[in-house]
Design a protein around this ligand. Sequence first.
Ligand SMILES: C[S@@+](CC[C@H](N)C(=O)[O-])C[C@H]1O[C@@H](n2cnc3c(N)ncnc32)[C@H](O)[C@@H]1O
Length: 1012
Amino acid sequence: MSIQLIQQYYTAVEKIIHYSGSRNEGSLRKPFQDLLEQYARSKNLLLVSEVEMVSRKGNRIRPDGVFKDALRQDWGYWESKDEKDVLDDEIATKIAKGYPTFNILFEDTHNAVLYQGGEEIMRAAFTDASALDRLLTRFVSYQPAEVVEFRKAIELFSAEVGGLADTLRRVITEQLADNPQFKTALDEFLELARKAINPNIEMADVREMIIQHVLTEDIFMRVFDEAEFHRENIIARKLQEVAGTFYHGETKRNIHARVAPYYETINAKASQISDHHEKQKFLKALYGSFYKAYNPKAADRLGIVYTPDEIVRFMIESADHLLDKHFGKTLGDKGVEILDPATGTGTFITELIEYLPAQQLEYKYEHEIHCNEVAILPYYIANLNIEYTYKQKTGKFKEFENICFVDTLDNMGFEHTGKQLNFFGLTDANAERIVRQNSKPIMVVIGNPPYNAWQENFNNQNANRVYREIDRRIKETYIKQGRAQKQMAVYDMFTRFLRWASDRVGKDGMIAFVSNNSFIDSRAYDGFRKVISQEFNEIYIVDLKGNARTSGERRKREGGNVFHDDIKVGVAIYFMVRMNNKKGCRIYYNAIDDFAISEDKRSYLRDNRMGDISFSHLRPDSKFNWLNTTGNNWDELLPIIDKDVKAGLKGNAIFEKFSRGAETTRDEWVYDFNEDNLIKKINFFINIFNQDVIELKGLSESDASRKLNKEIKWSSSLVPMLLRGKSILLNNEKIFPCLYRPYVKTNIYFDTGLIHRLGVNPEFFPTPESENRLIIFNGRNSVYWTTFASKYLLDLNALYGGAQCIALYRYTNNGRVENITEWALSQFQKHYKDKKITKEDIFHYVYAVLHHPAYRVKYEINLKREFPRIPFYEDFWKWADWGRRLMDLHINYESVPAYPLERMDLVAEETRKALSTRLLARKEAGDIEVDTFTTLKGVPAEAWEYRLGTYSALEWVLERYKEKKPKDPTIAEKFNTYRFKDYKEQVIDLLGRVCAVSVETMKIVKEMGEAE
Ligand SMILES: C[S@@+](CC[C@H](N)C(=O)[O-])C[C@H]1O[C@@H](n2cnc3c(N)ncnc32)[C@H](O)[C@@H]1O
């Protein structure tokens, strides 16, 4: 659990011995008790001292400590002995006396002995920190057999839940067709839901609600003994009416027969355990697995993922701390109204109930704790959890009337007049609750709003719906103040919730959200950062890292994800405090250690209080960067490209047009080293596509999408073509030479339809023979920055973050023109007072500067965030000349004389037979193992230094010529013709040339460094 805790224990013991001069049981018991308490806390257990009890033999016994849960059940015992006693004798005596042995720890401050299930299972010396940690972890993690079995039953159920929901879905579709009473009831309910919940609700959403309703009925009744829930809860009652029109008789019996066995096992196990926390885990599993299995898109859109307890507890304690610090109030005080706007299973509210002092709870529960949820299953679960937790703590049941079934983001009625909440005339209890909530001044908004935790690909057609009002507020604040290009990203679910919450809390108040950590440093969020630092006076960020969409060293540093490694985005906890009488904003930042695993991150939150964490004070720069501010002269340099210049709106950048590399979305189809194979693939693809154009003619988008022939790879740009009835013609003229990766040339079929996005590339290369030169560098927000050049078209993913290309020429209707602005020419000629400078010279100057080591170091952070800017160095012609030499080398790498590598071929006949490809770089030895037969020797060390991101130029070649199994099933089955042996001699030749290019490049780069 935490070796650190044990180290702290050692320190405490040493101190006591030093101060008291003794080490008897009495004086050393306290630090060990503290240590046990910390371990117990992680399992929601409390260590209670010296409770008298009757042993199984009828004796009165008094262990030194008992672990108890919230239901006062015993989970384990601790017995501390003096070091003068013989521990094993003492253990024997205690056991003989009838001390319970299902989970008991004996220790004498030298050794610890753990008994579980009546037997000694582990022993550890106190001096062995890791053994002691293991022993204590086992001690507090003890699980009674019934809990273990209950968990197994849940796992089985979770695996099955998707199938169950599918059955229900089928039944509902049948019923809609055959049962008019059901159809009418469903239509009426839809109407009501649109009025009371959200005008955009569709029939599919209502169907979902019914499925979730039916699915929960049995669970609540059997597992939770909540037979009345569906009759009493205000929303469930309505859904019960609708469900009642079809879910009875045979239909109900049939479905029931399928689900009953699962419920029965779960129920049987559940009846043996009374701990509600355990049962809550079941509900959480149901919440996550139901959505993920049955409706992954909804899971993504709604951000269905429950929040680990450690995060929730930390946020509540911290919110309390900040309230006290800034307003002299606590969460329990009257007048502090608290709202969770996206409550899920209600974790924040239940934790709050457990956290608040008992005497303040009743009033808060009735009046000042609020929450919202928009999906029916979590809404029900939250109701159950909240009411149960309250009952457990106070001993009485009380309906929780402050939970609303509502789309929080659509509910702007509290202030904005744009949309009237037309609840009047409707006697809907839920609508009344919403109106009541809206009349409350909210001081604390706390929770885990959704943020598309799994959305990896925009093409998965799961873009969030539009929220007109809230999006307008985002536009007039975060977007208006931002300068970044890709501002669409700002209409993220989290930003919407933050915008909503910022408008919702009063002049004195705070927001505590856990969310994606990219808002701290993402470029697109510059306006967002600016505005929140204007709208709040103190911002605290605890950055828990864990971004899994990174690679290499950075990925390792990100460590595990605090959400039990269940999500891929990096995570941060944000606290934002607004104070009426304060001006300005202070931003405080704390980041968890690099490499920390998921469990360590939760321990960190468990073991640290907000007041103890050391935060660093961030000072934003003029562009609203909070982290990695640069403090250099970047803004004074010449912009290399600019989107307004590209659009023809202004002229002050060096180049006019720029383009991302070719974005195919189907690399395996449109690239091939072998032209004949490429044509075969394209032919096959086009035939299938054209066939579908005919067969699916006239169908709606959703019907057509379902019936697409999946033998080929579809994409969001290809489906609309099909719907427009546009067929594709094979055109051999569209085969272009292309750099797929640095120094790896292949063929691409470059035409609309097969290529997802062509970019501006057709202006750079209108035909396969068009002459041009490209300078290439990474897209923004890349983990590394590098540059190279090409005389061929380029693939988008030739570099990490998407390759950006700037060309020397553009081809227009009037022929070839230079792609460099007049503005740039005059800037250079004026600065150097030299009219002889041409646009081509500037092109070369730029290329040289981008290679300059000092430039790359000085502007490292800027280059990762923005398009490059170019300084004027002293001797223009020297730089232009370096640039010309580098450009020549890089674009003509195929004809540069090869570096004299020594080729070693084995002669043994057996080796020749068992030939297998290697393509391995052995840098230290200076070797390249081509295959089991051939090795190239004598690669100079500096050749490996010519790096283009993760690989050196040589390694790019080695990597790309390896044989790989295609991912696309059709390609794998029909067109997997690439064999390294067919290219072996070509690759050996290429390696020699790329080696020469590398050595020569490093020579020029070194000259630049020495000239500084
Ligand atoms: C990340 S989860 C909250 C998890 C919760 N803290 C827990 O541990 O169970 C987000 C929840 O917000 C709900 N939600 C998403 N969009 C919403 C909206 N616009 N209004 C209200 N609730 C919403 C989702 O259904 C989901 O249950």
